[in-house]
Design a protein around this ligand. Structure first.
Ligand SMILES: [Zn+2]
Ligand SMILES: [Zn+2]
Length: 264
């Protein structure tokens, strides 16, 4: 039997790479089941203009960011309002936050604090795109993680995906560095089932347990069939030595800031 977890990471039609997932379908799930999850669409794909939603992933990311700033801030505000409006049951309102190569967030000031879950992603690395030496790629990864931490993320999502997908090694010392950052800055490290790296995920959980960093469970659903399937997360946690009796205190749950604010 599969266990239920808080899913910190799902996508809707607000993300360009989403397939059949929709905010409407999640609303239906939240209204009719006990599922608990956060809707976390890509900040850059909402912020950048609709005719260039992949602009962030190019070498023009900075000038395009400046050019589309006003519209981008409006589009983000509209996205938050739409998800907040649809929110019911165990649904949380979040974002998958992108940062520019200079560390600035692709997001308006003053709004991250209104969200229930902020996932931070290393999504675009110029050093990787230009096949720079491994040390430069690792240094760029560290800079982006530090930038995300400075913006107050709750979860670092798919921490090593970009690097591993490019067949660049992620050595143990880089994983240990990330784990210490997670503990000190207070963000969780995501086991992500959308694109799986079992060896690195098991090591990530082991290191997190060693130093007391938190683990997050994310399906990163781009297709409806991915939603609610926690078999990969369970398998990783079990391989790292956890059991259903012991894993709960190590797993991230949303802060539900909106509800807290309402209760005050
Ligand atoms: Zn992502
Ligand atoms: Zn995602």
């Amino acid at each position: 039997m599969s266990h239920n977890f808080f899913d910190c990471h799902t996508h809707t039609e607000f993300s360009s790479c989403a397939e059949d997932v929709t905010l409407e379908a999640y609303t239906e799930i939240a209204a009719t089941t006990a599922s608990a999850f956060a809707v976390t669409d890509h900040s850059a794909q909402i912020f950048y203009s609709p005719d260039n939603r992949w602009g962030f992933w190019s070498d023009e990311a900075l000038p395009l960011f400046e050019e589309h700033r006003e519209g981008g801030e409006e589009r983000i505000a509209e996205y938050i309002a739409a998800v907040r409006d649809a929110q019911c049951g165990g649904m949380q309102v979040g974002i998958e936050l992108d940062v520019l190569p200079d560390g600035r967030k692709v997001f308006p000031d003053g709004l991250l604090e209104t969200l229930d879950v902020v996932g931070g992603a290393v999504h675009s690395m110029p050093a990787l795109r230009h096949s720079r030496p491994v040390e430069e790629i690792h240094a760029e990864f560290r800079r982006q993680v530090e930038a995300l931490a400075s913006h107050g993320i709750d979860v670092l999502v798919h921490p090593y995906r970009l690097i591993l997908a490019a067949d660049v090694p992620v050595p143990e010392d880089l994983q240990r560095w990330t784990t210490m950052m997670a503990r000190e800055a207070g963000f969780a490290l995501e086991i992500n089932s959308h694109y799986q790296f079992p060896e690195h995920d098991v090591r990530m959980v082991r290191f997190a347990l060693e130093v007391g960093a938190t683990i997050a469970i994310g399906t990163d659903s781009h297709r409806m069939e991915e939603f609610g399937d926690f078999s990969y997360h369970e398998q990783i946690m079990r391989k790292a030595g956890l059991t259903p009796e012991t894993w709960q205190p190590h797993i991230f749950r949303a802060r539900t800031r909106q509800h807290e604010a309402a209760a005050e």
